[in-house]
Write a protein that binds this ligand. Structure first.
Ligand SMILES: *Cc1c(COP(=O)(O)O)cnc(C)c1O
Length: 430
């Protein structure tokens, strides 16, 4: 598709990044199942390797099917460019990699996907990086956590597992004042419900594993760059502003401007970390994104209906869905995610841990899995599964206590979902 900035989301989710295949005219984006690409001649090869010409060399770095997906997601997020990679967790490492170094830290929200809490609190220490966990509703605490060694701020737009909504505008004000990039994980919202760049995000990361692909068939990730950050202003981001020895002293920011982070992600990140997305997975995700708006609308209407019903049940202590008037995050919906609060929330059962176990084991339509954002409805008892590695303190801070079940509402018939939840709640409190 030629540049057409005025097309609506529903048009772009089908057409952005896709053009009839130049070799065959194929209407759908072909799966370019190839490792390498023939150089026109030795000079062409040299220009590609020097980053003087953009083109395909080797599929660890670039592949036409993956490139179509990158362009589509960048367009939907309103970013300058995007790099796809092998998982959401890979995307987080790829986003931090050009910014961080030994002794440096990232200030992160306590309300994150359980795996992200483990990755950021434990594993990144192996690189000499660290994360400072802060309650992002306490803006003074976020400001206070930033020090001279901080290189980024990280949060989720609609946060796991409770579907809490982060005040991205307020956090972006803090990151701007500190001259730091704001990285927003937009997995649970998708660009259909929330566009973090419009609220001041520098980078947006995704687990494409969830709503973008949408049907539980792919593990993939993506980093979108807004193109808005001045990497050379502070001297804090030498990977992007200073001469790169692996490319004869090329300076990414000076050379590629708003595409600096994207080019660095491909030319250094994918080249040397190797967390590459395969073209088959990119194809499935392209197919998924074609129906993103339709699915998200349905996830939202179903979640509103089911969460509203759950709230009236005697065995349910509380429901966290931000789409409910009772949620302390309800007044952020209109501003941060105006098309709805997503399909993800938690419930707290009055009868505690044992009732939660009985409840998840009694469900028939809902599957008990470590996943979310699928067309089918899913539940997770986080305390005994995804958040198992966390301390009691971290569990409470993450909204994943022993009496909490996370619910990811699918796009089935909402009345069937309510009937299934009803029979399982009855069994759980029997
Ligand atoms: C699942 C998830 C991740 C991790 O993504 P993977 O594709 O499983 O690596 C990160 N953030 C959020 C919000 C997620 O839901």
């Amino acid at each position: 598709m030629t540049d057409a900035p005025n097309y609506g989301f529903e048009t772009l989710q089908i057409h952005a990044g896709a053009r009839p295949d130049p070799a065959t005219g194929a209407r759908q984006v072909p799966i370019y199942q190839t490792t390498s690409y023939v150089f026109r001649d030795a000079d062409h090869a040299a220009a590609l390797f020097n980053l003087q010409e953009v083109g395909y060399i080797y599929s660890r770095l670039t592949n036409p099917t993956v490139a179509a997906l990158q362009e589509r997601i960048a367009t939907l997020e309103g970013g300058a460019g995007a790099v796809c990679c092998s998982s959401g967790h890979a995307a987080q490492i790829m986003a931090l990699f050009p910014l961080m170094g030994p002794g440096l830290n990232v200030v992160v929200s306590t309300r994150l996907y359980g795996g992200s809490i483990t990755q950021l609190s434990q594993t990144i220490k192996r690189f000499g990086w660290s994360a400072k966990f802060v309650d992002f509703d306490d803006l003074d605490a976020v400001s206070a956590a930033i020090d001279d060694d901080t290189r980024a701020i990280f949060c989720e737009s609609i946060a796991n597992p409770g579907g809490y909504i982060t005040d991205l505008d307020a956090i972006a004000k803090i990151s701007d004042a500190a001259g730091l990039p704001l990285i927003v994980d937009n997995t649970s919202a998708t660009p259909y419900l929330c566009r973090p760049i419009e609220h001041g995000a520098t980078l947006v990361v995704h687990s494409m594993t969830k709503y973008l692909t949408g049907n539980g068939t792919v593990t993939g990730g993506c980093i979108v760059d807004s193109g808005n950050f001045d990497w050379s202003a502070s001297g804090k981001f030498p990977s992007l502003s200073d001469p790169e020895p692996a490319y004869h002293g090329l300076k990414f920011h000076e050379t590629f401007g708003p595409l600096a982070f994207t080019f660095h992600g491909i030319a250094i990140g994918l080249r040397d970390l190797g967390m590459t997305l395969n073209p088959q997975a990119a194809h499935y995700t392209l197919m998924g994104i074609e129906t993103l708006s339709l699915r998200m609308e349905r996830h939202v209407t179903n979640a509103e209906k089911v969460a509203g019903w759950l709230e009236t049940q005697d065995s349910v202590e509380s429901v966290t869905y931000a789409g409910l008037k009772s949620s302390p995050y309800h007044d952020r919906v209109e501003r941060i995610c105006p098309k709805g609060a997503g399909g993800l929330f938690t419930i707290q059962l009055k009868d505690g841990y044992d009732a939660c176990i009985k409840f998840v084991d009694s469900l028939e339509i809902f599957s008990h899995v470590a996943n979310l954002g699928d067309t089918r409805s899913l539940v997770t008892h986080a305390a005994s599964t995804t958040h198992r590695q966390l301390s009691d303190e971290q569990l409470a801070a993450a909204g994943a206590g022993p009496d909490i079940v996370r619910i990811s509402i699918g796009i089935e018939d909402a009345d069937d979902l309510i009937a299934d939840l009803s029979q399982a709640l009855e069994k759980a409190s029997a």
